[in-house]
Design a protein around this ligand. Structure first.
Ligand code: GDP
Ligand code: MG
Length: 166
């Protein structure tokens, strides 16, 4: 039997996207963000609603411990429910970060008014969304939010284009 050769026009990539508690508190914003994800040609691979304990927040943001905003950040991220997505498309990491806009809301409003953080962000801490910043952090963060999700298995079984992607 001849197996068909798969041609992947563009290699797909996974990223972790999180809607933070400030946006989850507003159903209309949640709806708008979900729509934005779909319109931006992402495949929603997994979705999960969850709430962090303080220690989850501390562990996830350990790289920022000692920064002046750390306590504020940890408290905020464990203050209410969040929605996490595993998203896929080509260059998913860069595309999602571009869609989010700059970390700081005032900068986002000034430089990229069409971005999520510019439109919905409240403060530099309450900036609406999280996105992975590299392939390595995407894998680590997906495992943090979705420990049951086997990235390697999924890439092999569900999406052959991933083999060339990462
Ligand atoms: P991100 O990758 O764009 O989310 O930015 P970082 O990884 O640098 O920071 C993680 C999170 O910490 C940000 O999304 C903000 O919620 C918060 N944060 C980062 N920098 C600042 C800051 O200068 N001030 C405050 N208040 N919060 C910050
Ligand atoms: Mg970051």
């Amino acid at each position: 039997m001849v197996r068909p050769t798969l041609h992947c026009a563009k290699a797909l990539q996974l990223t972790l996207a999180v809607i933070k508690p400030d946006a989850v508190a507003h159903p209309l914003i949640m709806k708008a963000l979900h729509q934005r994800i779909l319109e931006s040609n992402f495949i929603i691979v997994r979705r999960k609603d969850l709430k962090w304990r303080r220690q989850d927040s501390e562990r996830f943001y350990a790289e920022h411990s000692g920064r002046f905003f750390y306590q504020r950040l940890v408290e905020f991220m464990s203050s209410g429910p969040m929605r996490a997505y595993i998203l896929a498309r080509e260059d998913a990491i860069a595309h999602w970060r571009e869609l989010m806009g700059p970390t700081k809301v005032y900068r986002a409003r000034y430089t990229s008014p069409d971005t999520i953080r510019a439109q919905y962000g409240l403060t530099d801490t309450r900036n609406t969304t999280h996105g992975s910043d590299s392939v390595e952090s995407a894998h680590r963060e997906i495992a943090f939010f979705f420990p049951e999700f086997q990235i390697e298995d999924w890439m092999k079984k569900e999406e052959p284009c991933f083999r060339t992607g990462q």
